[in-house]
Design a protein around this ligand. Structure first.
Ligand SMILES: *Cc1c(COP(=O)(O)O)cnc(C)c1O
Length: 412
């Protein structure tokens, strides 16, 4: 459910005409909906109301400060994976005790910054990282709260690039070595182990893999209890999928109910790290048709958004629904929607049945709110798109379009 709807034959983001936005701010243009973000966050967060829980939005899905501020004001914590994301989370007003820090390669300065901010916990992914955190904490006269990211070896049945909890992945510690890791952590003066963590992958369309991982973690929890460790946080990561096309992912309520049943009565605070499910369908990418081109075998719609703006189709072969901003009702035909970048991998859709469109018309690329702008780049020296946040009949520029000056600002 989102708030991008047709009114009198033209696409609106809540009460704002997308065509007007494109006219005013240019294309390619990211447009986010406040009502959708709010609804998605509240639907997710309330699914776990029966549990002591903290919903930490995964900043890497959409790190725009206005989006973070909105979610922070709704009570969200943040899941960060870098010093830059910590900086953004703090700037958006998220209190340190609502921040968890994941990622396999945390640097000294990033660890120090997180300790200074008093984050809830580090999700530790290796023994060397644990030693590094201990060292930094001792030097600062602090004790770092940690959980280990446990790799439960569960197949999330998603794209291999976004599957993270199998033995062959770089993430976390295997469940058989984790017990030893907790024993070592307990003896380090700069470390306090308080939690268990896993994140098995992204765009999951069934809750079974989550429950399989949870079962393994709960068995593991019993062993930690036997070691007299006071483990009080259970972080189950993110990964709940969204409908891009025909997918039918479970509602967060289903996940919430299953989780509530499984950890009933255990003294654990549940941490969740949703990204895509909050922002994915709360954003669109608006693009203008520059040219249409017919070759002997194909029709191309050449648009002004490219793989540098939205890399998911190129990187994962992902499907994004594409529709006209003002449908003209022309006959559909088979086309590739491609950008101006000098790569054959630069496409937004391949062999897609789309109505015929003409130069100057606008297309909306749906489900672009997650891993859209955050994965964008300046490849081909293309300034990055502007981001607009709509709220009712108001629109604010949440990020200005980059200029040629900003492209070279850091160069000598
Ligand atoms: C990417 C990531 C998430 C968010 O994943 P979604 O699929 O967007 O919900 C959560 N936790 C960690 C550790 C991640 O790397």
């Amino acid at each position: 459910m989102h708030h991008f709807t047709m009114k009198n034959g033209s696409l609106y983001a809540e009460g704002v005409s997308v065509k007007e936005l494109a006219r005013e701010y240019g294309t390619p243009l990211y447009v986010y909906s406040t009502a959708t973000l709010t609804r998605h966050f509240q639907a997710f967060d309330s699914a776990f109301d029966a549990l002591d829980h903290l919903t930490c939005f995964s900043v890497k899905a959409n790190s725009n400060l206005s989006v973070l501020r909105l979610l922070a004001d709704l009570g969200a914590g943040m899941d960060i994976v870098s010093g830059g994301e910590l900086y953004r989370a703090l700037m958006a007003g998220v209190p340190g005790e609502r921040i968890v820090y994941s990622g396999v390669g945390k640097k000294h300065a990033e660890i120090a910054m997180a300790l200074k901010a008093g984050i809830l916990m580090f999700n530790v992914e290796s023994m060397q990282e644990l030693a590094r955190i201990n060292e930094v904490a001792l030097a600062m006269g602090k004790v770092a709260r940690v959980s280990f990211r446990i790799n439960p070896d569960v197949d999330p049945k998603t794209h291999p690039y976004i599957s993270t909890g199998m033995k062959k992945n770089k993430f976390g510690l295997s469940i058989d070595t984790a017990l030893d890791a907790y024993a070592k952590a307990r003896d380090l003066p700069g470390i306090e182990p308080i939690g268990m963590d896993c994140h098995i992958g992204s765009q999951l369309t069934s809750i079974d893999p989550f429950l399989e991982a949870l079962d393994k973690l709960l068995v593991f929890h019993d062993k930690l209890k036997a070691m007299q460790l006071n483990i009080r946080c259970l972080d189950l990561g993110g990964g709940l999928g969204i409908p891009y096309n025909e997918e039918d992912p479970p509602h967060p309520k289903e996940f919430g109910a299953a989780l509530t049943k499984a950890i009933d009565g255990l003294p654990l605070k549940v941490v969740l790290e949703p990204g895509r499910v909050i922002v994915g369908n709360a954003g669109i990418l608006v693009t203008e048709v520059l040219y249409t081109k017919q070759t002997s075998t194909k029709t191309f719609n050449i648009v002004d958004a490219a793989m540098n703006d939205l890399i998911r189709p190129s990187l994962y072969g992902s499907f994004h629904r594409i529709e006209e901003v003002e449908p003209k009702g022309r006959a559909a035909h088979d086309v590739d929607v491609v950008g101006p970048i000098c790569e054959s991998g630069d496409f937004l859709a391949k062999d897609r049945q789309l109505p015929e469109v003409r130069q100057g018309e606008l297309l909306a690329v749906y489900s672009a709110g997650a891993y859209g702008f955050t994965m964008s780049s300046n490849y081909n020296s293309r300034p990055r798109a502007a981001e607009i946040l709509v709220d009712g009949d108001k629109a604010i520029v949440a990020r200005r379009r980059e200029t040629y000056e900003s492209l070279v600002a850091n160069e000598i």
